[in-house]
Design a protein around this ligand. Structure first.
Ligand SMILES: *Cc1c(COP(=O)(O)O)cnc(C)c1O
Length: 465
């Protein structure tokens, strides 16, 4: 045992090794020394407990190098989305175009006029930068932006109806993934939930009969992630507006996705746009920034000045405020909607959703050709038609025609293929379809093809020529 202790390499020797020298240059001396010390301590501990019986200096150096490298790897990273779900909440929802990312990145390492009025040379307001563009695109009188749509609903209700009853149809008491439940949000905002109607049918009289002097608001929730079909009825906004105006009660709608374009010409179901919703008379509309809008995570609140002004002076806004990155990204996102002809270059979410199946097929064929080029008789690749999904709780019943590749590897199950790709340096997330590993090309950008090809080569043990 004494010999073992004696054979443990000295720190001074370890740091003379080229591999380690390299790491010191890259990550700094203290960082590396700490990892070396920790590792040597664990070796001494293992000798004491009779867990090791020999000392191998090379092995020690390699382990230390591995530990240094893995501690420096980011845990939060880029992944390739081969699931075919365009707005995948677990994969970060909407992505930015190269064009918009570049513009944002250029500003990130500089100071900005976030809360500075360049006209007056004094303190300004962070929400002012995006007010004009949001008004122009949505037609709203006023706007304010918070951390996400859940926060938007919360601060809206708390500002407008705290301590009072909020009327909601029983058909709209939704739960969104990640435990956002309308009844809980209403409670959190200090309002009292007043349910009306039934699960499948709510009539105008149900709303009107529920109104008392203690009514603070009527809220409509867009049932974005499910549909009630068959013997069902909900109240049109125009009719509801008549009632809310008669009693002077604010009418709120949580639109969820916040679509600005009518996608029905692309074969998708008709979903209400933000502009239509406002035109129909809703006083305050809230929606997510990173769902169908295709921008950063945030919650956009648009509507009448009268109510938005109150939200802007609510102290809670300070806790829910968005950072400069979000404001920058949101401005670029809304600006993209000014020119519909170029929107596909600027908003990948819109491009992917509206991209024709033929175009996806052409992209799928390119990946197919790359994989067919791999010299291995263990690999079988089949190109297939499939259906992708919009995701993000939007268009729950719509299927997007798409193309993808079925990957079969001799000796590996579909689950093992999925796991191997998921553990790639740049993880590739795929789905299992009809018992086979399946890569949906709808959500894959061509520049990422080499990541997939190289990973599959490694899986097959084929070296890069
Ligand atoms: C997605 C969604 C939310 C939550 O939005 P976040 O931006 O994720 O907070 C709330 N309401 C509806 C109807 C939604 O679809």
């Amino acid at each position: 045992m004494k010999d073992l202790y004696k054979n443990i390499p000295k720190i001074d020797n370890i740091i003379e090794n080229n591999q380690i020298k390299n790491r010191i240059e890259q990550y700094g001396r203290n960082f590396v020394l700490n990892i070396i010390r920790e590792h040597l301590d664990s070796i001494r501990e293992n000798i004491k407990n009779n867990i090791i019986s020999r000392i191998d200096e090379d092995e020690i150096i390699n382990t230390i190098t591995y530990k240094i490298d893995s501690e420096n790897k980011n845990k939060f990273k880029k992944v390739v989305n081969g699931t075919g779900v365009v707005i995948h909440t677990n994969l970060g929802r909407s992505i930015f175009s190269e064009e918009i990312s570049q513009e944002i990145c250029e500003n990130l390492s500089s100071y900005t006029n976030l809360e500075y009025s360049l006209n007056k040379g004094e303190r300004g307001h962070r929400y002012e930068h995006i007010n004009d563009i949001i008004q122009k695109v949505t037609g709203a009188e006023d706007s304010v932006v918070v951390n996400n749509n859940a926060a938007a609903v919360l601060i809206t209700l708390k500002t407008i109806a705290e301590g009072k009853e909020v009327i909601v149809s029983r058909g709209e008491l939704v739960e969104i993934g990640g435990s956002f439940r309308i009844p809980d949000v209403i409670k959190q905002s200090g309002c009292i939930l007043k349910e009306v109607g039934t699960t499948n049918k709510t009539h105008l009289e149900d709303y009107e009969n529920a109104i008392t002097e203690n009514t603070g608001a009527i809220i409509k929730i867009h049932t974005s992630n499910y549909k009630i079909v068959g013997f069902s009825q909900s109240v049109e906004t125009e009719d509801l507006k008549k009632v809310s105006s008669k009693y002077n009660i604010p009418l709120i709608e949580d639109l969820g996705s916040g679509m600005l374009l009518d996608l029905s010409s692309y074969g998708l179901s008709k979903e209400p746009t933000v502009q239509e919703t406002l035109k129909n008379g809703i006083d305050i509309v809230t929606f997510s920034g990173d769902k169908l809008l295709g921008g950063p995570q945030c919650g956009v609140i648009v509507g009448s000045k009268k109510y938005i002004r109150k939200i802007k002076i609510n102290q809670l806004l300070r806790a829910l405020r968005v950072d400069k990155f979000t404001i920058m990204a949101l401005e670029q996102t809304f600006k993209a909607y000014l020119n519909i002809d170029t929107i596909n270059n600027k908003i990948p979410t819109v491009r992917m959703i509206t991209e024709s199946s033929d175009k996806v097929k052409i992209r799928a064929e390119k990946l197919f050709a790359e994989l067919k080029n791999i010299h291995s008789n263990k690999l079988e690749v089949n190109i297939k038609q499939c259906y992708s999904k919009v995701g993000g709780g939007a268009y729950p019943l719509d299927k997007l025609k798409s193309w993808g590749l079925e990957i079969v590897v001799d000796g590996l199950s579909e689950g093992e293929i999925e796991e191997f790709l998921r553990n790639n340096d740049v993880p590739i997330i795929i789905r299992i379809e009809e018992g086979k590993a399946f890569i949906d090309c709808k959500t894959i950008i061509e520049k990422d093809y080499s990541i997939i090809t190289n990973s599959i080569k490694r899986m097959l043990g084929v070296t890069n020529e």
